[in-house]
Design a protein around this ligand. Structure first.
Ligand SMILES: [Zn+2]
Length: 245
């Protein structure tokens, strides 16, 4: 297994990058996850997934970027987000830095799946494609991976935040941090209108059904996610675009 990027020496890295030029950058969020899950849920999930993938294939795992852009949960206790401009700059600087260190296949793996958060990161990376000629880059959330890979495991329709999936995952990954369960909730925000008082529309901070969660499901969700991400990295490494086509 490749050692974690923050643990190697300069010489070990210089040697290691001759063999491996693929790196995962896990991104999280410090965000409410209902009354029962830790604020770091998304970060713990992304980091665990990246590290488990690194046990299967040669890939560097960069240190976790713990903060992300939070909209719907921004008024709930504990959520600390960063602006899209900040996220955009951070992602660009870190990816440029990894590229400068001869990384060529880069996977930005986000544990937080908010649409605006993902859009900011995708836009940042789009700008890097023409700038860094040899880069191959993928931007993907754990829910993007799960949408296909988790088929048949989850019972809840539209489960997305602190519900069946994330509660199951935390019961598996950080059981000591799970404080019981929380009521099922499916918030309805007004269409198109940006609301000031977000808790009025989403009191409990859950989207889905935590009551359907189990540690066993968490284990299965992780296994399927690892397999799907290994497959994606294989496709990225083999990706080739003919300049003349
Ligand atoms: Zn989450």
């Amino acid at each position: 297994m490749m050692p974690l990027l923050e643990n190697v020496t300069m010489d070990e890295f210089a040697e290691g990058r001759k063999e491996c030029r693929t790196v995962i950058l896990p991104v999280g969020a410090l965000e409410e996850h209902g009354s029962h899950l830790p604020l770091g849920t998304d970060a713990f999930h992304a980091e665990a997934l990246a590290r488990q993938v690194a046990e299967c294939i040669p890939v560097w795992v960069a240190p976790l970027l713990f903060y992300g852009l939070c909209r719907s949960a921004s008024e709930h206790p504990g959520t600390v987000g960063i602006r899209s401009q900040t996220l955009h700059s951070l992602i660009k600087d870190i990816v440029r830095g990894l590229y400068r260190q001869e990384m060529r296949n880069i996977v930005v793996l986000s544990g937080h799946a908010g649409g605006t958060h993902m859009a900011a990161m995708i836009d940042a990376c789009e700008q890097l494609v023409p700038e860094l000629p040899e880069i191959k880059i993928a931007v993907v959330s754990v829910l993007d991976i799960g949408s296909a890979a988790w088929n048949g495991i989850l019972e809840t329709q539209g489960d997305s935040h602190a519900g069946e999936a994330e509660t199951s995952l935390m019961l598996h990954l950080r059981p000591g941090l799970v404080k019981g369960s929380a009521p099922e909730e499916y918030p309805v925000f007004p269409r198109y209108i940006l609301v000031r008082n977000k808790r009025k529309f989403w009191n409990g901070g859950v989207w889905g059904n935590p009551g359907a969660a189990s540690e066993e499901k968490g284990i299965m969700l992780m296994e399927r996610s690892v397999r799907a991400l290994v497959e994606l990295i294989g496709r990225l490494e083999a990706w080739f675009e003919d300049d003349e086509s």
